[in-house]
Design a protein around this ligand. Structure first.
Ligand code: NAD
Length: 264
């Protein structure tokens, strides 16, 4: 089989440039186009530190128009991801979306475009295998522990909060845990936001500090015991096997798939 031809959207970003390096290191995939608003006209090989000789473009539609792209990988931001996805899917090209922050309504809309166009999308809020296991274990624990809080830690350049991973984890817990409002009924915040964001009666806390990459603790509490499930991505390479696997698998599907676990 010939190599999958990939376009990376957001190619100059922290994740996008890591994807460019991962494509260079992996067999079965080849970089064909690099799109970003930064460094337009420069060579992506120089930016990402690879041997690629491809100029960065800022027009996604134009980058895809030559009928040479098999998959678009998108790591941009929550403000543009919906528009990007519509552009790509309307052209019938499969996508691997790592960008977080799509709303439920946007996901529904993208699902119906996938159905109409018979094209596949993988949207994964976390591509690290350890994070997928952390979410699975949290789901298991939620069957036995009705009280839980999530603390997620990210670098301070992250634009959306809470993180996509924490929302995915919260959704899994919600499916299993009996819905209830946790904490003391008379609890009062002396400083607004002190108790974090509410999700089905439990809390999600977002820490943003330089030094962190992507980390999460899911803490379950019961009388006399605490169970903490923690995952740490120490660098962005931890996400790359999942992204490459996603590219290779999504071309065989024709639906909107949420979560890398569905492809494992
Ligand atoms: P970043 O800010 O470093 O990179 C984003 C890049 O997108 C920038 O280079 C920016 O110029 C570019 N960009 C913005 N708008 C664009 C547009 N309309 N067209 C083309 N390029 C555009 O951010 P990052 O840390 O690389 O994160 C990117 C996204 O990936 C975020 O949503 C983040 O939450 C998510 N993320 C997901 C995972 C995962 O495993 N799924 C892991 C880490 C980060």
């Amino acid at each position: 089989m010939s190599d999958l031809r990939i376009c990376v959207n957001g190619a100059c970003g922290k994740m996008g440039s890591e994807v460019v390096r991962a494509i260079a290191k992996n067999e079965g995939v080849v970089l064909k186009a690099a799109v970003d608003f930064m460094n337009v006209g420069k060579n992506i090989g120089e930016i990402a530190g690879t041997k690629d000789d491809i100029l960065i473009q800022d027009d996604l539609k134009q980058a895809l128009s030559k009928d040479e792209i098999d998959v678009v990988v998108d790591f941009t931001n929550h403000k543009v991801i919906y528009g990007n996805s519509k552009t790509v899917l309307e052209m019938g090209i499969p996508m691997v979306i790592g960008t977080t922050g799509l709303t439920n309504e946007q996901v529904d809309e993208l699902k119906s475009i996938c159905e109409q166009k018979q094209v596949g999308v993988l949207w994964a809020t976390n591509f690290a295998i350890g994070a997928i296991l952390m979410m699975e274990f949290a789901g298991k624990a939620a069957k036995y522990f009705g009280n839980v809080e999530i603390i997620e830690y990210h670098h301070d350049n992250k634009l959306d909060a809470p993180s996509g991973t924490s929302l995915t984890t919260a959704g899994i817990i919600k499916e299993i845990r009996k819905s209830k409002k946790q904490g003391h009924p008379d609890e009062k915040e002396l400083l607004a936001g002190a108790r974090g964001a509410d999700y089905d009666g439990f809390k999600i806390h977002s820490v943003r500090l330089p030094g962190f990459i992507a980390h999460q603790e899911v803490i379950f509490g019961d009388v006399g015991q605490i169970l903490t499930i923690r995952h740490d991505s120490m660098n962005r390479e931890s996400f790359m096997p999942g992204v490459i696997l996603g590219c290779k698998e999504i071309v065989k599907r024709n639906a909107f798939i949420e979560g890398l676990n569905k492809l494992l």
